[in-house]
Design a protein around this ligand. Structure first.
Ligand SMILES: [Zn+2]
Length: 323
């Protein structure tokens, strides 16, 4: 009988997922709702409460001692608020307070979704056993998180490791964040597709102009599609090399839809890393695909809660989140 259970919430622009997760990262119960992203803030919160209500309906809920939330960003973990770009009804929304109220006072840990994914990969996935790691999600946007000295490093507001918005092209295109030449502006799925289209790539009969379609064309040898992925790989490599040089990570784990391109992305990425990660202490840096898939958000939110609120009655597992 597990004695150490947490509730996990994974909140994004399209769905709100919830689960009960034990101290080995096993998901005991899960549920989800579509995010009513166009509605007002309280309507979105009611969907969160529905998810929590479903989790709380079963017997295991009595053993839940904390809630972990991984949310689309920006988040402010120090204030307990979230302002997800794709959920306009939530701006500075006091999510931690509301979830605490909905769970009758359980302690609540909030992290950004990039940090949650990182916690999951460090606990159970491709960064397991690595004390210093950068984990990234490359999809519609580019997010990430850091493990430093064996511990998750969310930073004061829960956003540390936000590699998508560091500049790798000084005079590059303006980025929606306000800066220019950001990693995300070059390496996200929509930007890979846009660059290929601008350079003359055309979709097949199905009209699919997604990054996945560009990846398929690159795999078939299309030079324009290949060049667009090469450019994305360069931007990722520059960001990863900068991170490694600053804080001495030894692995970069990459997940998200764009990572599904496989060698179309990873081969030029490893090549570009040899150019940018030049100093002796970063040359051993490896790059690996993420392993946790779509459960990363839930497992990572649970990991963050277990880390923030360790149960003194339960001996720490060697593989536990905090290393
Ligand atoms: Zn940016």
């Amino acid at each position: 009988m597990p004695t150490d259970l947490v509730a996990a919430l994974d909140i994004g622009g399209t769905k709100i997922a919830g689960a009960l997760v034990d101290d080995r990262g096993r998901i005991l119960l899960r549920t989800q709702r579509p995010t009513p992203a166009r509605e007002d803030g309280d309507t979105v919160m009611r969907a969160v409460e529905d998810v929590l209500g479903e989790l709380a309906a079963g017997e295991p809920w009595a053993q839940v001692r904390a809630v972990g939330i991984g949310s689309a960003g920006p988040v402010d973990a120090s204030a307990g608020t979230v302002s997800p770009v794709n959920v306009p009804g939530w701006r500075g929304y006091p999510l931690v307070e509301r979830v605490r109220a909905a769970t009758h006072g359980l302690p609540v840990e909030l992290v950004g979704d990039g940090v949650a994914m990182t916690a999951a990969e460090h606990w159970q996935g491709a960064a397991r056993g690595h004390d210093n790691a950068l984990c990234m999600v490359v999809s519609t946007g580019v997010g990430g998180g850091l493990v430093l000295g064996g511990s998750l490093h969310p930073g004061p507001t829960g956003n540390a490791g936000h590699i998508g918005h560091i500049c790798v092209d000084l005079d590059g295109d303006p980025c929606p964040c306000g800066a220019r030449g950001c990693v995300e502006r070059i390496a996200s799925g929509p930007n890979i597709a846009r660059r290929a289209l601008d350079a003359g790539w055309r979709p097949g009969p199905d009209g699919d102009t997604s990054a996945a379609a560009v990846a398929m064309a690159a795999r078939a040898g299309d030079p324009v599609a290949t060049a667009s992925f090469d450019r994305a790989a360069q931007a990722l490599a520059a960001g990863i090399a900068a991170t490694a040089t600053l804080v001495e990570i030894d692995i970069a784990v990459i997940g998200g839809g764009v990572a599904m391109a496989g060698d179309v992305l990873f081969a030029p990425l490893r090549r570009a890393l040899r150019d940018y990660a030049a100093l002796s202490f970063v040359r051993q840096l490896t790059v690996a695909p993420a392993l946790m898939g779509t459960d990363a958000g839930l497992v990572g939110a649970a990991a963050a809660a277990l880390r923030a609120f360790p149960d003194p009655a339960v001996p720490r597992l060697r593989s536990a989140v905090n290393g």
